[in-house]
Design a protein around this ligand. Sequence first.
Ligand code: HEC
Length: 399
Amino acid sequence: MSRIHRNQKTAMLAALSIATLLSACGGGGGGTSGAQAPANALTGVAVDGYLQGATVFLDVNRNGTQDASEPVTTTDLNGRYVLDYSGITTPITGLPLVVTGGVDSDTGFAFVGQLSAPVEAARQAQVVTPLTTLVDAMVAQGLAPDVASAKQKVATALSLTVEQLSADPVAQIANNPGIYTTTVALQRSIQLLASANAASGETSHASQERVIKALATAIQSQSSPVNVSDLVASLPLSSSAEAKKLALAITNSVGGRLESKDRDGAKAALRAMDEIRARMESDHTLNLTDAAVKIDEERGKNKTRPYYYLVLNGSIQGIPGGTITTLTQPVNTAGRLLASNCFQCHGTGGVGGFDKIRGKEAAEVKEYLRKTASSSIMAAHAQGYTDAQLNAIITYLQQ
Ligand code: HEC
């Protein structure tokens, strides 16, 4: 064991710590990305949820777009980036690090926002989130004299500490779920407002930038802490009242699940809230509740209305990927095999499918026998059984 000479050992440790330093990306914990970062590299993580395959570039001329001469890279599956800036000879501290595109790993949906952060002197383990985007906007707009005071201002306005502002929101979920909830509620409000206030022919980037500017201005004049919903409600933009409701519903549903240590439930809630927002963005006449109701209708959930209840009280009952239905099998299994046919459409065991057929309602299947087979798929299906077989199914389902 102790065959290694002392100086060899020291050299190995030194090499190890340099490697650790270079590859410490500060993102999400768990493993390094393998390849060592070059000496002149910015490292860190892009987070809404972790943004996979997002473009990260150093906006040297601060024009918001990636020019050919500007260093660019792509995030890995955990949102981490290693950006080689060795081609840049001018000072980079304070320049915007910009993130666009990719996929939000918490929802599986494409990320259509644009995030930024002013490059820190440390150049390592830097997070880029909707919160750092506000910091960057405050500096860029001249609303704060420097990065440190911009951070202080944004943190105080949103009841966070400066450390929390620069933390990885996903990595902090267990200890402080509020950072993540604030982050995702803020980003969704920005996207909804950008879409509602887009001028014709304007790029989504340009309209988002206007919303972010308005937020930075609101934060500058904010004298006491405010939550995201009240902050967006205060903006002089159209649909700010809907953005407030959206932020509240996200805080309620996603925040509520995280408080209950239900990370999967929080993801399901966020995914569903994103579907509702996308519906509002594609049809500007829909308010939050109407968009939720519309999705329920389109999915044939007029009775259980999971999206409506998600918006109303944060419930994830019936939301895809939300609650896992555990089944206890009834004692009498006589009609079970016959009934398993029904579960192909109505969900395992007749629950959690497109409609609930367990219990009293099971007998309604007989009503379909009076209809013609061509009148509905359900009628066609029911005709395939004998009366005795349908009775066996009903008895099984009614236990
Ligand atoms: C091919 C998919 C499919 C299968 C298989 C199927 N159903 Fe249906 N079921 C439907 C659809 C679609 C409706 C709604 C039809 C309508 O409104 O006319 C429905 C409606 C019902 C309803 C009325 C529900 C309500 O809330 O009004 C009952 C009860 C029902 N099915 C029971 C069954 C039973 C029992 C079986 C097995 C024998 C079965 N279904 C198999 C698709 C299916």
